[in-house]
Design a protein around this ligand. Structure first.
Ligand code: ATP
Ligand code: MG
Length: 345
């Protein structure tokens, strides 16, 4: 049994739109060891949800995998028939979708939705399935007495935890959670993060956690990937990425996190916004917003390179990362970028 549960090679995903093709994920490669948890961060529109949906082949009708391969436990997902895919979803890979709050069926009792999955997919007897549903409720911190409630009788946090219970019904190897706590208060968020961490430890679960909140990744995930404009621009052990980022985009994201306790400290803002993915993009996609960009960055696309053991970034200037890190903490540095200069006009 290989240690790598998920092996993504050069994955590209394209949406057909009236304005032309949008390449939402571009040549993304990533290997995820069994039992690991990875946080995927990046601004809105960078392709995080698209990546998640491609992994489980749940792209909308206008979306398709336009290149590369995804191997899950040795199986090429792109080649599976619809029947094989159905068999794999939930049993092998489950997803807690970004709109999880609305993903429970309003006309069925919440418990019945878990039971149906087990009866249909695992051919479990109904009584045993209700019992197991009660255990799953307990596991996510919901009183099993609420199994017969309808979704509207649940609070937002309970619905969110119920969708995690639903994802756990068939004990999958991998859970992909897409912004599962964004709409919740900090206390419920902390409970859900603890829950996912426990599930990882007790069930050997592998976890992909998508969020724009770096502090959540720092608390929850061993590994971290940073996406920018459809590309993976940095990847490595979370602590290392946060303490010693190698890509200027990651440096900006970290410097932009408010640190309320430090007096006189001013958060950075990264001027501009990610490029439209409808255009053919040359060079580094961050070039317009990067205060350290040179003429080379506009034409020469940087590949991911290992800047420190197990820590990769797609920047031509990995050897200057230390100086860039220092400069990136200063808000004025960011005004030097092309986008910053344009904003100043
Ligand atoms: N169904 C679709 N049809 C066409 N384009 C789409 C579709 N879904 C997403 N896109 C485009 O693909 C790109 C990536 O979108 P995606 O939803 O994956 O981003 P995201 O990183 O999850 O953003 P957010 O943080 O806002 O959830 C965006 O440019 C988006 O406009
Ligand atoms: Mg998303």
């Amino acid at each position: 049994m290989s240690d790598i549960l998920l092996d993504i090679q050069e994955l590209s995903v394209t949406y057909d739109t009236v304005r032309g093709p949008v390449q939402a994920v571009s040549e993304l490669s990533l290997q995820l060891p069994r039992g690991a948890s990875i946080g995927i961060v990046g601004e809105s529109g960078c392709g995080k949800t698209t990546l998640a949906k491609a992994l489980i082949r749940l792209l909308p009708a206008n979306g398709k995998i336009s290149g590369g391969s995804i191997r899950f436990d040795g199986v090429n997902i792109a080649r599976l028939s619809p029947a094989e895919l159905r068999d794999m979803r939930w049993r092998e890979i489950a997803m807690v979708p970004q709109s999880a709050m609305n993903s429970l069926n309003p006309v069925y009792q919440v418990g019945a939705q878990l039971v149906e999955t087990m009866v249909v997919r695992q051919r479990m007897a109904k009584s045993a399935a209700w019992e197991r549903a009660g255990e799953l409720f307990k596991m996510v911190g919901i009183d099993p007495g609420r199994l017969h409630d309808y979704p509207h009788q649940f609070s937002g946090g309970m619905k969110q935890r119920a969708t995690i219970a639903l994802a756990m019904t068939l004990s999958p190897k991998l859970i992909i959670a897409d912004e599962p706590t964004t709409a919740l208060d900090v206390l419920v968020e902390a409970r859900i993060l603890n829950l996912l961490r426990d599930l990882k430890q007790t069930h050997g679960l592998t976890l992909i956690y998508i969020t724009h909140d770096l502090s959540v990744v720092a608390r929850t995930c061993d590994l971290m990937g940073v996406m920018y404009a459809g590309k993976l621009v940095e990847f490595g052990p979370t602590e290392q990425v946060i303490r010693r980022p190698l890509h200027p985009y990651t440096m900006g994201l970290i410097a932009a996190v408010p640190k309320g306790s430090i007096r006189g400290w001013e958060p950075v803002t990264i001027p501009g916004s990610p490029p439209e993915l409808i255009h053919k993009l040359e060079g580094c996609r961050f070039v317009q917003r990067c205060p350290f960009a040179t003429a080379r960055c506009a034409v020469d696309t940087p590949a991911l390179a290992e800047g420190a053991p197990g820590h990769w970034a797609a920047c031509h200037y990995l050897d200057q990362a230390e100086q860039m890190r220092e400069d990136a903490r200063i808000p004025l540095t960011w005004a030097r970028s092309r986008a910053g200069a344009l904003e100043a006009i």
